[in-house]
Design a protein around this ligand. Structure first.
Ligand SMILES: [Zn+2]
Length: 375
């Protein structure tokens, strides 16, 4: 990232942290106003619970979309399956969406993480029951996660070469994030090697091999997603500027991969004056979800307060003092979720049903009632 970007990133990061520092962030409804405020769309416009027909990068899950095995019952919510109860399934729990930037052997800037730190963090996820899904799968509401596992979304911003690069044989180069993800998956069978890449104009410094690289990613279950052409602060741009930045990147990715992207992340987490400018532009782009920059796990997509136009992410970082990472970054949040397992999303193993303990009943968004399983 150029120096100016770094400075702008720090400003945004600091303002986010300052904003949060004055609130108790732990209760999950602390930011209800922020996440549901001005965009209280009709339920039909919010998450539909089934993949939208428009984006061409529909999740690769095989279960039939929106056709749960369940038959909606008229009155009382159906009972949860015994295995789901035993696994303490809670599909109204929180889901960590991790945000990574540069991955390098020797970090140079504050948002960088070392290859060793990434390996260690992914190993922790793999050994504590987490199961990676892509941002697109998360946004679709079809979370095809094995029974008892916890979904996690791994996102990498800015398409830098330490995240992904090809060796001479056309495979992921050693010590890149993709190679490390694959290594952890080999060492821990059941840990699914997928992630989402929020890309800018310079695609992993692949140059003429960009199309080959993106093809490798998409063919191997990784999501290629939109992060604007030049990584501007969208808050400083008007409608045409926002659309040019997002539309330009979409055109480029479409021409290289043959498919539209499904999700978008704001550069610096900075929100334009009108959020709809970034959500869709007829004939150019149409997202299913937009991701912010911090600083808490996301609500479940089945939660009544979930806002798919403002999905919160967590910066990957240890419990360092900077930016209050002792509380708000990934290590701290994983510790917190370990200590509060009832607040964490745990899968019932069936992507067609939404299982939860009775105490979470009020959190269920109306449109998912037909698929509810309670215990
Ligand atoms: Zn970025």
């Amino acid at each position: 990232m150029p120096l100016l970007h770094k400075i702008a990133a720090l400003v945004v990061v600091c303002s986010l942290v300052l904003g949060l520092a004055f609130q108790d962030h732990r209760p999950r409804h602390a930011h209800r106003a922020e996440t549901t405020g001005a965009h209280g769309k009709a339920p039909a416009e919010r998450l539909s619970g089934r993949p939208s027909a428009t984006p061409s990068t529909a999740p690769s899950t095989t279960a039939p979309a929106g056709t749960p095995s369940a038959t909606p019952s008229g009155g009382a919510t159906a009972a949860a399956a015994p295995a789901a109860v035993q696994a303490k399934a809670n599909e109204l729990g929180q889901i960590p969406v991790f945000m990574y930037h540069r991955i390098m052997k020797h970090p140079e800037a504050s948002l960088d993480r070392s290859t060793k730190e990434l390996y260690t963090e992914l190993t922790r996820l793999a050994t504590t029951g987490y199961y990676p899904i892509t941002a697109a799968e998360f946004a679709s509401g079809r979370l095809d996660v094995p029974l008892g596992k916890h979904p996690v979304v791994l996102t990498f911003d800015d398409s830098t070469p330490g995240q992904f690069s090809l060796d001479a044989q056309g495979n992921p180069a050693p010590d890149t994030a993709v190679a490390i993800i694959q290594q952890v998956a080999r060492e821990h069978p059941g840990f699914r090697p997928v992630a989402t890449f929020y890309c800018n104009d310079d695609l992993f410094a692949l140059g003429p091999r960009a199309a080959d690289g993106l093809r490798w990613l998409t063919q191997n279950g990784f999501e290629v997603a939109n992060h604007t052409v030049t990584h501007p602060d969208l808050r400083t741009l008007g409608k045409a500027g926002v659309q040019k930045e997002i539309g330009g990147m979409e055109d480029k990715l479409l021409s290289l991969t043959g498919r539209h992207t499904t999700t978008f992340a704001y550069p610096f987490g900075s929100i334009p004056h009108n959020r709809t400018w970034a959500q869709r532009l007829d004939g150019r782009y149409s997202f299913q979800a937009v991701f912010l920059a911090g600083w808490k796990p996301s609500e479940s997509p089945f939660d009544t307060v979930f806002d798919r136009w403002a999905v919160t992410r967590i910066r990957s970082e240890g419990k360092i003092k900077e930016n209050d990472c002792r509380t708000f970054c990934s290590t701290a949040w994983l510790d917190w979720l370990d200590a509060h397992p009832q607040e964490r999303y745990t899968s019932d193993g069936d992507p067609g049903t939404v299982t939860f303990p009775k105490t979470f009943e009020k959190r269920l968004a109306k449109q998912f009632r037909p698929y509810a399983r309670e215990y």
